[in-house]
Design a protein around this ligand. Structure first.
Ligand code: F6R
Length: 366
């Protein structure tokens, strides 16, 4: 049942080339310039004319929402707000006709997310669901939506559902961008071709499993971890920190790399491992200087870099290479080494990876 792996989490991490491909199947066909999510057909015009898109979710799904905010704003030029479902529902939110709310949930049963949806609906907004579990409450209670088709996720720590959420949300953005004309034909066709190559690029990252395991063995006894990223990779830093916290019980924080100097930098010494996502994108130079700030204070840096990077390896303690891709798609790749890192550290600490203490797969309490 665990496909030869010791834990469901590892099985699910390893499944991602397939789950992302399953999620794209029939929805993106680059050579035909085809991009379509069947599930948002009836409300496509509402989505297209939305004054504002509001995304609500919790936990890892909220991180997928944050990436989606950057992607929608970049590709579709529509304002997006991302809210924790629990905060949204308790503060008399300004939402109504003309707004579209997208609820993201692996289980489709998260109580706060469901409550946020019904609040939005009662105020006249269109509500779309992005869920993994077919027939779940969130799927049934939305006007329309799209399934992530990642297959059952058993490990409590969400992995393949996260990359599938990114896949669906990016596909949605590309579908809107195509209709709206907010991208040139060449840009659209490049992105469609590139998204089709993500499964094989994830496959490549998974080959670094052994070297990530080795790095993990050096840091398994750390008391704290810091994760830094900028732009599209900022939410990935948050997600990396959450993964480590929930399964290894090591305190970890994710931060936008540039915010480090406004506080967390005080924590840095030779005892502090800092994971920096430093792939080659529009914020590369800035991230390199952030990483130097960490090294100057004797922090230990594990950097996720674009393959072929010749600068960063000379500056940091460890590098994990990932294939290059368009920066809007990078989170689907850059999150993978962080999943592996948290998995190995948790296993080495003897933690129950698939069923961490105090956590449940569906959070049906408010
Ligand atoms: C993290 C994790 C939780 C969930 C959160 C939302 O690995 O599993 O943070 O992401 O409870 O759950 P869903 O997506 O089912 O609404």
């Amino acid at each position: 049942e665990k496909g030869g792996y010791d834990h469901f989490m590892m099985k699910e991490i390893m499944e991602q080339p397939k789950s992302v491909a399953d999620c794209l199947r029939g929805r993106v066909i680059a050579k035909k310039n085809h991009v379509k999510l069947g599930g948002v057909f009836n409300h496509f015009d509402d989505l297209l004319s939305a004054k504002r898109i509001i995304i609500v979710a919790c936990g890892t799904s909220w991180h997928a929402g944050l990436v989606a905010e950057y992607i929608f704003e970049e590709l579709v030029r529509v304002p997006v707000e991302v809210e924790y479902a629990s905060e949204f529902r308790y503060r008399n939110p300004i939402i109504g006709k003309g707004d579209v709310l997208i609820a993201i949930s692996q289980s489709g049963e998260t109580a706060d997310t469901l409550a946020a949806m019904s609040l939005a609906e009662s105020k006249g907004a269109i509500v779309l669901g992005v869920c993994n579990v077919v027939g779940s409450s969130i799927a049934r209670n939305s006007h329309e939506g799209a399934y992530t088709h990642a297959g059952p996720e058993i490990g409590v720590a969400s992995t393949k559902a996260f990359t599938a959420q990114l896949t669906v949300l990016t596909t949605m953005a590309l579908m809107l961008a195509k209709e709206k004309g907010s991208l040139t034909e060449a840009q659209l066709s490049d992105l469609l071709t590139e998204i089709e190559s993500i499964p094989s690029k994830i496959e490549k990252v998974l080959k670094s499993n052994d070297s990530v395991r080795e790095i993990s063995s050096l840091y398994k006894d750390a008391k704290n971890f810091l994760y830094l990223g900028r732009g599209f990779n900022f939410p990935v830093a948050l997600e990396g920190a959450l993964k480590l916290k929930e399964i290894s019980y090591i305190h970890a924080e994710g931060y936008p790399a540039a915010e480090m100097k406004h506080g967390p930098i005080a924590l840095i010494d030779e005892e502090m491992p800092v994971v920096v996502i430093a792939t080659r994108d529009s914020s590369y130079d800035k991230v390199v200087s952030n990483l130097q700030e960490v090294k100057a204070r004797s922090g230990r840096v594990i950097a996720v870099v674009t393959e072929g990077d010749v600068l960063i390896p000379g500056m940091v303690d460890h590098v994990i290479e990932v294939p290059d891709t368009h920066e809007v798609l990078m989170p689907m790749i850059s999150c993978i080494p962080l999943q592996l890192l948290s998995y190995h550290i948790a296993v080495m600490r003897g933690c129950n990876v698939d069923q961490p203490r105090n956590l449940a797969k569906s959070v049906t309490v408010e």
